[in-house]
Design a protein around this ligand. Structure first.
Ligand SMILES: Nc1ncnc2c1ncn2[C@@H]1O[C@H](COP(=O)(O)OP(=O)(O)OP(=O)(O)O)[C@@H](O)[C@H]1O
Ligand SMILES: [Mg+2]
Length: 247
């Protein structure tokens, strides 16, 4: 199983407060990983560091062969647009744009021609059960439909990793489960990996693996996740099957 994303000894401080403390995380291609833990335990901060939103105070972030933690803000911004997808809790769609243009936006920002971007965006509507809603504004959609539009937008660029922070937090239980199921299945179908921050045990249960944080540290590593830096090089452990190798 190849590694697509790796955080090594990730540490982040806000002022004098350490909110991530030497966290190691490995995400394999096609895998879905839930990040859980109490409020304030560092889940969003970890996601932001892994996704190049925040530059960690210390430690390394690798996306495939690229070490991104030291990249400039503008280079990380470009990387996020081209190689990563994002789904947040709510409020992520532009209210003045029709749904299909919201989905096309990352492609347009990446320089794809308008007709092609809109066509590629529209192709995501049927798989997400959104057929016929292409021209609706976000305010004319239900919460669940809005989240599915956001999922389409996260996937439209064929990202390597999709990051989701409480993607079902504003939905009722049934809609949340349906939305999470779609997110996980579609991400898997594209071959991307999914990192999803959640308070919800149901959501975590739909993922391949769970990383539990407490006070900025990983408290519940699972066998697949065992891996560590030894003298500056990465050692993987706990992989049940499959060829070993650096990635
Ligand atoms: N920009 C910031 N400046 C200072 N402190 C911050 C900042 N962002 C987060 N923190 C602090 O860092 C800690 C971890 O925050 P984080 O948002 O990662 O937690 P979380 O696990 O996502 O919590 P929640 O489940 O409530 O979303 C918290 O104590 C928080 O107050
Ligand atoms: Mg959070």
């Amino acid at each position: 199983m190849s590694v697509v994303l790796r955080g090594a000894r990730l540490t982040h401080r806000f002022g004098a407060t350490t909110v991530l403390d030497e966290v190691d995380v490995v995400v394999h291609r096609g895998e879905s990983v839930a990040v859980t833990g109490p409020s304030g335990s560092g889940k969003s901060t970890l996601l932001h560091c892994l996704a190049g939103v925040l530059a960690p105070t210390a430690g390394e972030v690798w996306l495939g062969p690229d070490r991104i933690d030291g990249w400039s803000e503008s280079r990380r911004t470009a990387l996020r647009g081209a190689r990563l997808g994002f789904v947040f809790q709510f409020g992520q769609l532009l209210p003045e744009l029709p749904a299909v243009e919201n989905v096309a936006l990352p492609l347009l920002l990446g320089g794809v021609r308008r007709a092609e971007a809109v066509a590629r965006a529209a192709a995501w509507f049927a798989p997400l059960g959104l057929d016929g809603l292409q021209e609706r504004r976000p305010g004319q959609l239900s919460g669940g439909q809005e989240q599915r539009v956001a999922i389409a937008r996260a996937l439209v660029t064929s990202p390597e990793v999709v990051f989701a922070d409480e993607p079902t937090g504003a939905l009722d239980t049934a809609t949340g489960e349906q939305t999470m199921g779609l997110l996980r299945d579609l991400v898997r179908r594209t071959g991307a990996a999914l990192v999803v921050v959640t308070h919800d045990a149901e959501v975590a249960g739909r993922c391949d693996r769970t990383v539990v944080l407490r006070d900025g540290r990983v408290v519940a590593p699972t066998p697949l996740q065992e891996g560590h830096l030894v003298d500056g090089s990465w050692r993987e452990g706990g992989l049940a099957a499959g060829p070993a190798g650096p990635r």
